[in-house]
Design a protein around this ligand. Structure first.
Ligand code: HEM
Ligand code: HEM
Length: 182
């Protein structure tokens, strides 16, 4: 399913919008549940994050195999580089987000499951019934990465939106419409 300058493949479009909506939802839910200590949302957040990881991973493979969409407007070099940097940054940070989350949970001894389907069992102390960290340092690193990535992704998405709007309203090319399948 090859891509041309005028048309992106349906796979690229479906992957882009699934990940865009999924990331924006998980960012909001993650921030909300942590800020207001809504523990009932943790399982839903973690399970959806693991499922989104599968889609994100497929997208990275697809992008590396397929190459990037060709630019429709010859922009100045600095703008072209900023666009490239943003796209690579988004690809890498969307991958690191769920990885750091899984690291925090797994290394914290909480195990991993997807809506009740156990992928890794929790490391529970039989006497106290509490989960015991497997590796505290890696669990803390995962938590720190998760917190920092929130700001990295917010910055990149803002740049990305500004770029999409500039192409649509400034250059009046079909960059946004092409990502909408038109
Ligand atoms: C796939 C994309 C994901 C996004 C965009 C995301 C986003 C977030 C955000 C924004 C926060 C709040 C961070 C803060 O305010 O410092 C958060 C917290 C959290 N996330 Fe995720 N997350 C994702 C995946 C995952 C996964 C896969 C797991 C685990 C399997 C996970 C586990 C957690 C946990 C446990 C917290 C609470 C951390 C704490 O209480 O200190 N997340 N997430
Ligand atoms: C919600 C508003 C969004 C709009 C309007 C939008 C728009 C676009 C457009 C028009 C392109 C095509 C650029 C080109 O042809 O060179 C694109 C590509 C891309 N977008 Fe978005 N996007 C949005 C959200 C997101 C989010 C939230 C992410 C990730 C967190 C993201 C990640 C990417 C990546 C990595 C590309 C490069 C091409 C690809 O891998 O599909 N976008 N976006």
């Amino acid at each position: 399913m090859s891509e041309t300058k005028d048309k992106l493949s349906p796979i690229s479009i479906i992957l882009h919008w699934t990940i865009a909506v999924g990331m924006l939802t998980l960012l909001s839910v993650g921030w909300y549940m942590e800020s207001f200590e809504v523990y009932g949302l943790y399982d839903i957040h973690k399970s959806s994050g693991i499922l989104l990881f599968v889609v994100i991973f497929s997208r990275v493979i697809w992008r590396l195999k397929q190459g990037w969409p060709q630019p429709l407007t010859q922009t100045q070099k600095i703008e072209f580089l900023l666009g490239k940097l943003t796209h690579w940054g988004l690809l890498i940070s969307t991958l690191l987000f769920p990885i750091s989350g899984m690291m925090m949970s797994a290394m914290g001894g909480h195990g991993l499951d997807v809506f009740g389907l156990e992928l890794l069992s929790a490391n529970v102390n039989a006497e106290t019934g509490r989960s015991v960290p497997i590796n505290k340092d890696l669990a803390s690193l995962g938590r720190e990465m998760h917190g920092i990535l929130l700001w990295v992704v917010l910055g990149l998405v803002s740049l990305h939106l500004a770029g999409a709007l500039k192409h649509h309203f400034g250059y009046k090319d079909g960059t946004l419409l092409r990502m909408l399948g038109r």
